[in-house]
Unconditional design. Sequence first.
Length: 342
Amino acid sequence: MVEAIKPLARTTRRPGVASELGGFGGLFDLKAAGYADPILVACTDGVGTKVKIAVEAGRHDTVGIDLVAMCVNDLVVQGAEPLFFLDYFASAKLELEVARAVIGGIAEGCRQAGCALIGGETAEMPGLYASGDFDLAGFAVGAVERDKLLTGEAVTAGDRVLGLASGGLHSNGFSLVRRIVAEAGLDYAAPAPFDDGRSLGEALLEPTRIYVPGCLAAIATGGVKALAHITGGGLVENVPRVLPAELMVEIDAGAWTVPEVFRWLAHKGEVPTAELARTFNMGIGMVVIAQADAGDTIEAALRKAGEEVTTLGVVTARQADEPAITIKGMEEAWRNGKAAQN
């Protein structure tokens, strides 16, 4: 297995890597990476029950991208550049081709994020995992110069709130998704009710977007006050994490186009709107809080990096009895559409 993935790891090498796979630990040289006074930032995450769909659909080449994305997107919101990544792959019995496909996805995610895959662990645990099942976890370390760390403390009233489009479900809410699919009696090989060109499995396995290149480009403009990765908890729980207590954000749900998969899930699963807002990203995978007079420059940098950008609202003063975020027009914007009828 190690020999099979060494070529994949080599494709992710970047300045600072100081070792090859196969040792007891991976080495990374911060000085060689160009840092003078760095703060290290570390994240760990998984893909959740999305791996069950990968297993049942027999498609293993994208969940590795999800794994990297869930970690590096959390790093970049603090202003950090992802430097290196380690993975943990566990199954009842190692199936080399499955593992190679999964690690191939991890390597692809690392290339997209500009970080190096420098190590990991592959575990066989019969009795703990059912035959054919596997689980994934990932660990990413990044760095940011001490005076460039993003904490959200600099956010002020009047700052502009931008949203970056998601690629769909990303890696949250899949226990609910799997239940809706099961109760609808659908097969993952069948055509997706909300996507004419793909099977249900293929559509649901659309990988999590990696926002690192765009966010680093935006940060380099000097006008980014804060970033929020929209994962479990949705917009309503993740945006407030980067706001000072005296501030709030008001968002217009009609400002962006909601991917049809969310409308289909809302209809087929009879999911309350409030639950949609807390379980799914609803089409916005990253939020950027920009200095008001730098908003256009930041938006241009994000678009140049390939991001689809929408102005969601502005930061305003918050009264003691007000929530940190309000989303107006959710019912109309999130439930109407072709997919809601399928």
